[in-house]
Design a binder for this molecule. Sequence first.
Ligand code: NAD
Length: 282
Amino acid sequence: MPVVMKGSEVSAGMKPVLLAELEELKARGINPALGVVRVGGRPDDLAYERGITKRFASLGLTVKVHELPEDISQAGFNAAFRDINGDKDIHGILLFRPLPEGLSDDYARHEINPRKDADCMSPENEAGVFSGNPDSFAPCTASGVMAMLNHYGYALEGLNVAIIGRSMVVGRPLAMMMLGANATVTVCHTRTRNLAEICRNADVIIAAAGKARMITPEYVSERSIIVDVGINVDAEGNLCGDVDYENVAPVVRAVSPVPGGAGAVTTSILARNVLKAAKLLA
Ligand code: NAD
């Protein structure tokens, strides 16, 4: 049977460290707080927000939600973002993206204080991920994948990794982080040829395509370690990942489920980043 990499176990492992850091900051009179900026009420934003609120409450961390109307003007959005960015009582900022049609996140990306940029949307932090700057912030999802592999003791040095997906929030930053950990990385996408063969020959597969159950047994081998980042809804309305879990799990070395896998680590990483931001700003 495979090792099932559970997000709850990774988060439980991180909790004592986060609580100790929080205690230290509170002893210095700092009350770390996350500012969530949400425009409108998209169901997936609301679901993530509930997850954040729950995780932060369990740690004793403050969350301030700034809900802006869906029909807000660009100038109104920029002004609201400027105020939140300038608020000394907010240490980390998470802006739900994409913004509603017609609104641009350009101003927010370029104006956010890089030290408050808890989910890496600024060009400065993106560059930091590429150069491996330890003071920069990486996207929470990509960091969560690294934390999961680390928790289960899979050192990446010398391993071949196939990442499926090249987005700026998952695939690309993760490729840089894995290179930093001395893995040999192949970044795959919709135009990749022989995807199944590339994956089958890899030691580690990161599925971040957003395609329900596309990773079937022909993509894997008995030494595959698979982190499933995908969040999809299948034809029957069930939440599922990019991995055909039922058929793949029995034949691989390790795999993360959906739900309950990588997604459940993201909010703990966000908390870790808010604590880091509070320290950088102090
Ligand atoms: P995206 O749509 O921006 O990027 C998807 C990438 O996958 C693209 O680079 C595309 O080339 C590639 N791709 C798509 N279909 C493919 C195929 N059939 N073969 C090979 N490559 C293919 O998506 P994203 O924002 O990077 O998110 C990816 C998935 O991860 C989605 O399911 C999303 O819901 C999920 N996600 C999860 C979390 C989390 O916390 N777990 C966070 C962000 C995104």
